[in-house]
Design a protein around this ligand. Structure first.
Ligand code: HXC
Ligand code: NAP
Length: 288
């Protein structure tokens, strides 16, 4: 993965980065690359065994220090514990990467209110818990900070069939932009990445269950005609957590091969018109 890394070696030396959901999927891939660039990494999620195993494997492969801490982002006490343990291990935290999420597909009318809670509490409240508790500490201790949130492109378009997630990610995007302005005076930056389709077990099993992945091949919706590769996202995340991006604040950067714009442009589906049809249209035009 990191053999396609963009930043110079040691670009993140001395930085400590907390990655929620860092034990699997995109959180793990981003953590690996940030570690390989010299950062200390704290990975958190609910699965203790997985976290420990992943942390050990990462340290074996990339060197450096990875601290695994079990935490449900919905529980502010556990979030405080992650922050305290990170400070006692590394003396400071430079960056918070809010990546943990919960999601599933369903017609909205089939959902219970608790189903909405499950997703909104992880995605929106979990991001708020970490941002607020760490942000307060940064402000009190007069330390600079950097918050990077992982959203999705439907944070601004909305999307059927994932409505709790769409509502929650829209909230995270609003949090990103609001804090970017309010906390800039404390030297705390806040940005977001909106990924398009990047294959992970967590997302694919929940969003494309059964044979849906064959029926709705996500790469077909992407103008570049492929899904994303984890190192492409990891490179963008590394840039945004680094000091190279120090003047970027309040931005959401889309990395989706053009997917959401394809859905938005009114005439984009004319790509289905064949060359012969275009020839035919131009013949009609010439006759007139
Ligand atoms: C309808 C469902 C459901 C489903 C759960 N619920 N799954 N309703 N369809 N598929 C309902 C339950 O019936 C229950 O309501 C309530 O939600 C809580 O369910 P629990 O199983 O108790 O929740 P919990 O154990 O907290 O698990 C949270 C979870 C789960 C979100 C439901 O999927 C999870 O842990 N996910 C974590 C990882 C994840 O989702 N990764 C994918 C991220 S991908 P009742 O009323 O019955 O009690 C992503 C991609 C975005 O975000 C963009 C892609 C392009
Ligand atoms: P994933 O592997 O399922 O990642 C979700 C992570 O969140 C897991 O590590 C999970 O760990 C953790 N998590 C879930 N609930 C938690 C909770 N209550 N407390 C603490 N941690 C929790 O899926 P992914 O695809 O890598 O998703 C990563 C991020 O990318 C998410 O924000 C997602 O919305 C975003 N995204 C993904 C895609 C894509 O195509 N993959 C597209 C757009 C956006 P535990 O289960 O161990 O707690």
């Amino acid at each position: 993965m990191n053999n396609k890394g963009m930043l110079k070696e040691n670009s993140l030396n001395g930085k400590t980065i907390v990655v929620t959901g860092g034990g699997s999927g995109l959180g793990k891939s981003m953590s690996e690359y940030l570690l390989s660039l010299g950062a200390n990494i704290v990975i958190t999620s609910r699965r203790e065994d997985l976290l420990k195993k992943v942390a050990n494997n990462m340290m074996k492969e990339f060197g450096g220090k990875v601290l695994p801490i079990t935490c449900d982002v919905r529980n502010p006490d556990l979030v405080s514990k992650v922050i305290d343990e990170s400070y006692s291990e590394f003396k400071k935290v430079d960056c918070l990467l809010n990546n943990a999420a919960g999601n599933f597909i369903s017609p909205t009318e089939r959902l219970s209110t608790r189903a909405f809670d499950a997703v909104i509490d992880i995605v929106l409240k979990g991001t708020i818990n970490f941002s607020l508790l760490l942000g307060k500490k940064w402000i009190k201790q007069k330390e600079p900070g950097n918050i990077l949130n992982i959203v999705t492109t439907y944070a601004w378009t909305g999307s059927g069939y994932v409505v709790p997630s769409a509502c929650a990610k829209a909230g995270v995007l609003s949090l990103t932009r609001s804090l970017a302005v309010e906390w800039a005076k404390y030297n705390i930056r806040s940005n977001a990445i909106a990924p398009g389709p990047f294959p992970t077990k967590g997302a694919w099993e929940r969003l494309l269950p059964g044979d849906l992945k064959d029926k709705f091949d996500p790469s077909k919706k992407v103008p570049l005609k492929r899904v994303g590769e984890h190192h492409e996202l990891a490179n963008l995340a590394a840039y945004l957590v680094s000091d190279f991006s120090s003047y970027i604040n309040g931005e959401v950067i889309t990395i989706d091969g053009g997917e959401w714009l394809k859905g938005a442009g009114q005439f984009n589906n004319l790509e289905r018109v064949s060359d012969e049809m275009w020839d035919f249209f131009s013949m009609i035009r010439k006759k007139k």
